[in-house]
Design a protein around this ligand. Structure first.
Ligand code: CDP
Length: 218
């Protein structure tokens, strides 16, 4: 039997820097990486494409059950339409339930025989992998996160208006934090990192120190 996979859970709100951090930690340790937000984005877009409202539980659940690997490779997954649809389908318990096994399977048996997995999202440390070996909760102020998202969108050639991005992000934060199903919240034993005044290298070095220092549950 294979040795148990080491799991690192990284949660936090939009544009807090968890994706960049998760990818770097995974590369550094030779672990597999799963951006769980992409799954919700793919379900959101699939629901819209079927002409349905992402808040419609039946339509969104049917889209979640029909999700195929190629849906996670769509180039438009990173856009704001996908983000907003994602946070609507993500509030539906049957959608979350339909996506749980895939995420847990990825963590327990990472692809290509990797010895561990890094998963980032909103509920990895609380619901998907409550027994993760390390849990980080990455946050930053709303202003900083909105400014980062604007920069990211503009770098991708997408027109972005700061006030609009800030408003969308605030709405999404509220929806993600106040929903009943797996709301965005730090796990009890998560290590907190505020990235508001840190650059990506500083965040990575701090996270690596925290991850190597001991199990989050110690
Ligand atoms: O990249 P960004 O942080 O803006 O968003 P994302 O991580 O791709 O997630 C998009 C949306 O999916 C979030 O606003 C959540 O509503 C939902 N999501 C979730 O509910 N649970 C997860 N584990 C990951 C994402």
């Amino acid at each position: 039997m294979n040795a148990r996979s080491t799991v690192i859970a990284i949660d936090g709100p939009a544009a807090a820097g968890k994706g960049t951090l998760a990818r770097r930690i995974a590369n550094h340790l030779g672990y597999a990486y799963l951006d769980t937000g992409l799954i919700y984005r793919a379900v959101g877009l699939k629901t819209l494409e079927r002409g349905a409202d992402p808040a419609d539980a039946e339509a969104a659940t049917s889209a979640a059950l029909a999700l195929a690997p190629e849906d996670l490779k769509r180039p438009d997954l990173r856009g704001d339409e996908a983000a907003n649809a994602a946070s609507k389908v993500a509030a539906i318990p049957s959608v979350r339930a339909a996506l749980l096994d895939f995420q847990r399977q990825f963590a327990a048996s990472p692809p290509n025989g990797a010895p561990g997995a890094v998963l980032d999202g909103r509920d990895v440390g609380t619901v998907v992998c409550p027994d993760a070996d390390r849990k980080l909760f990455v946050n930053a102020s709303l202003e900083v996160r909105a400014a980062r998202r604007v920069k990211e969108l503009r770098e991708r050639g997408v027109e972005a208006i700061h006030t609009r991005v800030l408003k969308d992000m605030k709405e999404r934060d509220t929806r993600d934090s106040e929903r009943d199903a797996a709301p965005l919240a730090p796990a009890e034993n998560a290590l907190l990192i505020d990235t508001s005044t840190l650059n990506p290298d500083e965040v990575f070095n701090l996270a690596l120190r925290l991850v190597s220092a001991g199990r989050s549950s110690d």
